[in-house]
Design a protein around this ligand. Structure first.
Ligand SMILES: [Zn+2]
Length: 122
């Protein structure tokens, strides 16, 4: 990992199941979305339809630019360790909800029937 700067498995828990996503603060992303929606609705309420649509379009442009410019972060499904400034590994796929459920099931009762929890040896 240090020689090639490529993540193949988690350095903390040795889990080989990782995913990549854009490195962006979700709170800021939600704030942009909510602000755009509220401003647009207020403008729409005052019959300023074109300005309301312009605000929505502006939010879409900001979202597209952020998606293009932001780097990616590699994250471990099991321990949520994050790896930044590493070379991309094409073997690592984007986030998959089914895999995340394997490592962090919604029903955490020890005796709950959870076929996705086979990784724990239950
Ligand atoms: Zn890990």
């Amino acid at each position: 990992m240090r020689r090639d700067n490529v993540i193949e498995h988690c350095a903390v828990c040795d889990c080989p199941t990782l995913y990549v996503q854009k490195d962006f603060n979700r709170t800021i992303g939600m704030a942009i979305f909510v602000t755009g929606a509220v401003v647009s609705l207020v403008l729409y309420g005052f019959d300023r339809v074109w300005q309301a649509m312009a605000v929505l379009l502006g939010c879409a442009v900001v979202d597209a630019l952020l998606y293009k410019w932001l780097p990616e972060v590699t994250i471990c499904y099991k321990c949520h360790s994050q790896y930044r400034q590493v070379n991309p590994n094409p073997a690592i796929a984007p986030f998959a909800l089914g895999l995340a459920e394997k490592f962090d099931p919604l029903n955490k009762q020890a005796d709950a029937e959870n076929p996705a929890a086979d990784w724990q040896g239950r």
